[in-house]
Design a binder for this molecule. Structure first.
Ligand code: THU
Ligand code: ZN
Length: 296
């Protein structure tokens, strides 16, 4: 089991601690399959809502909060029934707007793994306004169930009445619905091919700046992030933040970054290059490779 979970394991009910330890192996990065969840429910005999709440300290152990020292965990349950943990991330010395909230981390985790819907979000405190707005961008966002301790689950529409969302800007294919943008670039560099593939799946209905980041560590492993815009603009999640959040869930140190690539569209209304460099330079002494591609 990874050391970062030692403290949180001690806070779990004994039956759950025993059952979860084998899942928390060296490769664990916050994904629990529907089948593993079923087995956890069967072996512990803990009801699902209670079990998911009990798992939150494990999620919070994935956090990187060097500024606040405030560890937040969240769990998103995808349409497939799989669970995706997320945790907050803060960039040392950088503007606070570069931070990632635990709920954003969990939702982006589910999206990167191919989920096309989120049914439930589990948190131990009511999600902040920024997160409510971020959740509202998802397909059927108002119908996502929010699970808090010792409370009946409520729909997002209960926590975010009179919501402003993608439909107000005439966007009919919200976040997590299939995106497939055609971007052209001739390259045989595997990292650039991966970034291009991820940018094609990015969600940028407001600026058309289809974009993705791929980070490579010294051992050749890659971590990617896609751009996820928001109808209210500010709660958008930048691809660098999504990639760093993925690295943190995988227990990788940002000083291990060897290469960083940002791909973005040449036809977008904005460029992410400045914000992406700021975030990268806060955590690693690596130059950003910036590639601009033509939409087909
Ligand atoms: N935070 C979350 O992750 N989710 C919320 O809804 C509230 C705030 C994080 C952001 C920041 O890293 C820290 O908690 C302090 O605000
Ligand atoms: Zn939040």
């Amino acid at each position: 089991m990874q050391d970062r979970f030692l403290k949180s394991i001690a806070s779990l009910p004994a039956s759950l601690a025993t059952a979860i330890v084998p899942i928390l192996d060296k490769d664990f990065s916050g994904h629990i399959s529907a089948q593993q969840l079923d087995e956890l429910i069967k072996t512990t005999k803990i009801e699902e809502h209670t079990l998911l709440q009990a798992l939150l300290p494990i999620s919070a152990a994935l956090a990187t909060p060097p500024i606040s020292q405030f560890f937040v965990g969240a769990i998103a349950k995808g349409s497939s029934g799989d669970l995706y943990m997320g945790a907050n991330l803060e960039l040392p010395g950088e503007a606070l707007c570069h931070s990632v909230h635990a709920e954003q981390s969990a939702i982006s985790h589910a999206w990167l793994k191919g989920e096309t819907g989120i049914k439930d979000i589990v948190v131990n405190a009511s999600p902040c306004g920024h997160c409510r707005q971020f959740i509202n961008e998802i397909v059927d966002g108002g119908l996502v169930k929010i699970h808090l301790p010792e409370q009946q689950p409520q729909l997002l529409s209960y926590y975010l009445p009179y919501a402003f969302g993608p439909a107000d800007l005439n966007v009919s294919q919200p976040l997590l619905s299939k995106q497939q943008h055609s971007l052209m670039l001739g390259s045989d560099d595997p990292m650039i091919i991966e970034a291009l593939d991820q940018a094609a799946k990015s969600y940028a209905p407001y600026t058309k700046n289809y974009a993705a980041v791929v980070l490579e560590t010294k051992d050749g492993t890659t971590y990617c992030g896609r751009y996820a815009e928001n109808a209210a603009f500010n709660p958008s999640m930048l691809p660098m933040q999504m990639a760093l959040s993925s690295m943190a869930r995988h227990n990788r140190n940002f000083s291990e970054i060897n290469r960083a690539v940002l791909i973005e569209s040449s036809k977008g209304a904005i460029s992410l290059v400045g914000a992406t460099m700021d975030a990268l330079h806060a955590v690693a002494a690596v130059e950003l490779e910036h590639i601009v591609v033509e939409p087909e």
